[in-house]
Write a protein that binds this ligand. Structure first.
Ligand code: NAI
Ligand code: MG
Length: 498
């Protein structure tokens, strides 16, 4: 269902920050260059933002290096750091609606979602990591000998962080929260499509008391500013979210430069498995959400809907009805469930996959077309009769295209669900405890959602097996990305106990 206002709704926010944030100040790029950032509803320019390149990254790294080596950030107590992060969370909460409006304007996500779910989740996540800042401690370990052995957990240094456009602010929070809680300094590059929300909240973080140089934010492109971060000799740690193709490039750059350790969160082709005991209406709804949420632009989207043969036909009919009902339109309009895709490149990629699905013999049961010729809207699209070898069942489409496949039994579904180079997430819909227990261990993925999907609490670790990445973000596990472990051994003279 298409629900477009006659004219795009005017976003209830103004753009104030378009420069680079280096050493606590908003500055132009060294070259003076800018690039346009677009409104995906129309393809029109929202603002021109400063474009970082090597020289700007060098300046940002110098500022972060100095802020780390000389302080005050790593020399402050955990309690003091936690206080600043709590104040930051309060400021995000206070400016929730402006931040959400900026996020929607720049990315096309429904405003109801950014204002009621995503920005509040960012606030929650900052409070979670604020809570960790004074609870990071090492161990005293009982070595076999007269030694006093301590294991110190130290901040790792300057973190280089590169984030994507599908959850601009959430990705900022997943990276900045734990890095700051652990006492590190940062150079972060936003995605070229969506630079605005990170600049806005970074200003708030300084209002909350963050010292200059601790967080530096650069807008710019991958092969220039991004590559400069990944290959920088003075960055101690790389954390990246994006495509598997680019993940391999940055890992190689990290290895060829100073061998900085890397945490990577990459693509996926997650199975959403519907067993024959499932309540079909609920399963249809969940599988729809698993795929179409966020315009289908999720690394962990349930993009292979596997349905048991006994319920397959009914499931396809009901999924079609659901897709036809989905409300697509201006993301600022109340009730809209699906906004535009983020940019023309993504739109073209999705249209190419829809064509490939049709050509490879899948049955198009709903959608299949671009909507209008302005902005980047795509009809919610459903394919049935999808086979494992088709490109739409193997590759990361990153759009509102659901592929429904048929299976017969448990052994078969385990084999087929795991037959992918990815291993990010899986959804399973069943009420059978034995089926659930078998699948939770057999699926080679970082997250299994049973009878739910896309649950992103800050306490829950997230990351992938296989080519979906290395390491975990969120939860306690994310702290490990930002800490060095140092063993300290001292002989004990005449110890009272060992
Ligand atoms: P990308 O992986 O190329 O971009 C992600 C980030 O990496 C951006 O900040 C970009 O500027 C940066 N980057 C790109 N090339 C780089 C390089 N050579 N060195 C350092 N940094 C670099 O993803 P892109 O091109 O925006 O989207 C392509 C596809 O990637 C999407 O269609 C989707 O399939 C997948 N993707 C997956 C995401 C995830 O959450 N895992 C997020 C975004 C895209
Ligand atoms: Mg790319």
């Amino acid at each position: 269902m298409f629900s477009m206002a006659a004219e795009p709704i005017t976003p209830p926010v103004e753009v104030h920050h378009t420069q680079l944030l280096i050493d606590g100040k908003f500055v132009d790029s060294a070259s003076g260059k800018t690039f346009p950032t677009l409104d995906p509803r129309t393809g029109e320019v929202i603002a021109h933002v400063a474009e970082a390149d090597l020289e700007d990254v060098n300046r940002a790294v110098s500022a972060a290096r100095k802020a780390f080596d000389e302080g005050p950030w790593p020399k402050m107590t955990g309690y003091e750091r936690s206080h600043i992060l709590y104040r930051f969370a309060d400021l995000i909460e206070k400016h929730n609606d402006e931040i959400a409006a900026l996020e929607t304007w720049n990315s096309g996500k429904p405003y109801e979602h950014t204002s009621q779910k995503e920005v509040p989740l960012v606030t929650r996540l900052m409070r979670y990591y604020a809570g960790w800042a004074d609870k990071i401690h090492g161990l005293t370990v009982p070595a076999d000998g007269p030694y006093h052995v301590q294991v110190l957990h130290e901040p790792i240094g300057v973190a280089g962080q590169i984030i994507p456009w599908n959850f601009p602010l959430m990705m900022f929070a997943w990276k900045v929260g734990p890095a700051l809680a652990c006492g590190n300094t940062i150079v972060l590059k936003t995605a070229e499509q969506t630079p605005l929300s990170a600049l806005y909240v970074s200003k708030l973080l300084h209002e909350a008391g963050l010292p200059a140089g601790v967080l530096n934010v650069v807008s710019g492109f991958g092969p220039t500013a991004g590559a400069a971060i990944a290959s920088h000799m003075d960055i101690d740690k790389l954390v990246f979210t994006g495509s598997t193709v680019t993940g391999k490039i940055v890992l190689e750059l990290a290895a060829r430069s100073n061998l900085k350790p890397a945490t990577l969160e990459l693509g996926g082709k997650s199975p959403m498995i519907v067993m024959d005991d499932a309540d079909i209406d609920q399963a249809v709804e969940l599988a729809h959400f698993a795929l179409f949420f966020n315009q289908g632009q999720c690394c962990c989207a349930g993009s292979r809907t596997f349905v048991h043969e006994r319920v397959y036909d009914e499931f396809v009919e009901k999924s079609k009805a659901h897709a036809l009902k989905r409300i697509v339109g201006d993301p600022f309009k109340n009730g809209v469930q699906q906004g535009p895709q983020v940019d023309e490149k993504q739109l073209n990629k999705i249209m190419h996959y829809i064509e490939s699905g049709i050509n490879s013999g899948a049955t198009l049961v709903a959608g299949g077309n671009r909507i209008g010729n302005k902005g980047f809207y795509v009809q919610p699209t459903v394919f049935s009769d999808v086979k494992d070898e088709m490109a739409i069942a193997r590759e990361d489409i990153f759009g509102p295209v659901q592929s429904i496949l048929k299976f017969k039994d448990l052994d078969e579904i385990i084999r087929r669900a795991n037959a992918t180079e990815y291993g990010l997430a899986a959804g399973v819909f069943t009420n059978n405890m034995n089926t659930a227990n078998t699948l939770m261990r057999a699926l080679r993925v970082g997250t299994v959602w049973f009878n739910c999907f896309h649950v992103f609490d800050p306490t829950i670790p997230f990351g992938g097996y296989k080519m979906s990445g290395q390491g975990r973000e969120k939860g306690i596990d994310s702290l490990k990305n930002y800490l060095q472990v140092k063993a300290v051994v001292t002989p004990l003279k005449n110890p009272a106990w060992l």
